[in-house]
Design a protein around this ligand. Structure first.
Ligand code: F6P
Length: 531
């Protein structure tokens, strides 16, 4: 890969102001549309030749072949010898998808139909709790078995017409205790969402919920459901097979929202809206699969990421949705991007020549503006920002508030780009009556360096279809960045060591094992915590 060329070009890039001054069509030429969605990356430092180099790099990394391999069910997750087929879960065509020569689609469709029937039964009251119709659903899961449905249930609140849905993830007993308090065990459905059905947090919380329900309800299994690839373990837990929704190991945890892990979302919004959500993702899949690289939204989003991170060396990126219902989206993207591309070893076992994927973080605007934007505007580090905003909100009677939201979003990317010079700041402060040293001092505090990069994704309205498009857009972006880095985006060995050590520390905390082998810092902390 041409990383040296990329870094050289990034180091020599022109200022945003000159890129715009030289090319009056820059906004049109450095933006792309798909359907009703607009992605503007003109406020990045990527010039025409840079973009050509980035596209060449993607091509040199065999992006098109890798993409075909992923969609085609080949085992591109080489360290786990698995296919990567979350796209099969939203494949709404009649096309077969073969894994090891077998079409996976009949079973995907069958599970989707079973989920639809089950969620309809819960929503209509055909499936009752032992104290009447289900009023509350508690999804117990963590990571990909929590973040996706929790994010999407909140995002699609205007479509929510089913029972209340709650999420428990943390092994901290506070989470399950606070969630269950006030719920009626006799009208609550507990969904245990775990791909492996071994995750300690989830299984511990699930047993706590089972004990809570057993105080009131005779047959707890009747009010439990399970979402897992390990169906035999769900039976051991006492969940009847009619309430078990299985999936295959070719669905990664952080990519699993589209299938059984989305059951809580389906119960909240209904099967039809859930299908619209799948339709949006499928639409983005087709775009990603078919559009030329230069017009391909996921590819362009990835190229911007590679430029900023591996090219310019910016270690983080902020995801800033101007959409309150996307409050959980930054956390969802954190797992999606950092668990996928936070790796320093390439697929072939060699060390990466460049930075791994970036730190991803963020909060919805406008809230973030009153918290951390100070650093984004005037801090010493450059933080590339990814803004998102809808053309219209759901609250027709609050259009004036939506205008304010949009104005703020656009103002931020403008302010980051244009900044405010010392001369401008001095003029402003002079008009306010300052002069001499005080004018100079005060003016310096009011300088904005500007020339800071951002992208903006604009979508018509946060419907299930559009949410599906946005999530799939980012999933494929992660894939493209991973291919360019030469890594496997679909394993997560980096989470294992901490799990192993936690398992070993639990008996030490209980006084059942010795801490003699531990380092002195860990022993000090153990002494304090055991005292
Ligand atoms: O520990 C990381 C992880 O394996 C994630 O990849 C996954 O989403 C999460 O744990 C939960 O795993 P499971 O769905 O198997 O409980």
């Amino acid at each position: 890969m041409n990383w040296t060329d990329l870094k050289t070009r990034a180091a020599a890039c022109q200022k945003l102001a000159s890129l715009f001054a030289q090319n009056p069509n820059r906004a049109e030429e450095f933006s792309a549309r798909h359907g009703d969605m607009l992605f503007d990356y003109s406020k990045t430092h990527i010039g025409e030749d840079d973009r050509a180099l980035l596209i060449q790099m993607a091509s040199d990394a065999d992006l098109e072949d890798r993409r075909a391999a992923m969609f085609g069910g080949q085992k591109i997750n080489e360290t786990e010898d698995r296919a990567v087929l979350h796209t099969a879960l939203r494949n709404l065509s009649d096309d077969a998808i073969l894994v090891d020569g077998k079409d996976v689609m009949p079973s995907v469709r069958d599970t989707r139909d079973r989920m639809a029937a089950f969620s309809e039964a819960v929503r209509t009251g055909a499936l009752q709790g032992q104290g009447g119709a289900i009023t509350d659903v508690v999804n117990i899961g963590i990571g990909g078995s929590d973040l996706g449905p929790a994010m999407a249930v909140l995002a699609l609140a205007p479509y929510h017409d089913g029972p209340r849905v709650h999420f428990v993830s943390n092994v901290d007993g506070a989470d399950v205790a606070d969630t269950l308090r006030g719920l009626d065990p006799a009208t609550t459905l507990v969904i245990v969402a775990s791909k492996t059905f071994t995750t300690i947090e989830t299984m511990t919380n699930a047993r706590t919920a089972q004990a809570w329900m057993a105080t009131v309800v005779k047959d707890t299994g009747a009010q439990f459901a399970a979402l897992s690839t390990a169906e035999e373990k769900t039976a051991e837990f006492g969940i009847p097979s009619a309430h078990v929704f299985g999936f295959e190991d070719w669905v990664g945890g952080r990519y699993s929202l589209w299938g059984p892990i989305g059951l809580s979302l389906m119960i909240a919004i209904g099967a039809d809206d859930f299908t619209d959500f799948l339709r949006g993702a499928y639409d983005m899949d087709c775009h990603f699969r078919d559009a030329p690289l230069a017009d391909n939204l996921p590819v362009l989003l990835a190229l911007v990421g590679v430029w900023n991170n591996q090219g310019c060396g910016h270690a983080t990126r902020a995801v800033l949705p101007y959409d309150q219902r996307l409050t959980r989206l930054p956390a969802y993207f954190q797992q999606l991007e950092m668990e996928s591309n936070g790796k320093s070893v390439a697929m072939d076992g060699t060390s990466l020549e460049v930075n791994s994927g970036p730190v991803v973080w963020g909060e919805p605007g406008t809230n973030g503006q009153h918290a951390f934007y100070q650093l984004i505007h005037q801090g010493t580090r450059v933080i590339p920002c990814e803004f998102m905003v809808a053309r219209a909100g759901h609250e027709a009677d609050l259009g004036h508030q939506h205008e304010l939201l949009v104005a703020n979003c656009l103002a931020q990317s403008e302010a980051l780009m244009v900044g405010r010079s010392l001369k401008e700041a001095t003029d402003i402060m002079a008009q306010r009556g300052l002069s001499g040293d005080e004018l100079d001092r005060q003016a310096r505090h009011r300088v904005f360096p500007g020339d800071r990069p951002s992208t903006t994704l604009v979508y018509p309205k946060l419907t299930p279809f559009v949410l599906g498009q946005i999530i799939a857009l980012y999933e494929h972006r992660v894939f493209v960045e991973g291919v360019m880095l030469g890594i496997n985006s679909y394993d997560q060995w980096g989470v294992e060591l901490g799990k192993e050590l936690a398992n070993a520390l639990t008996p030490v905390l209980r006084g059942e094992a010795s801490d003699a082998e531990k380092d002195s810092s860990t022993r000090l902390l153990l002494d304090y915590l055991r005292s």
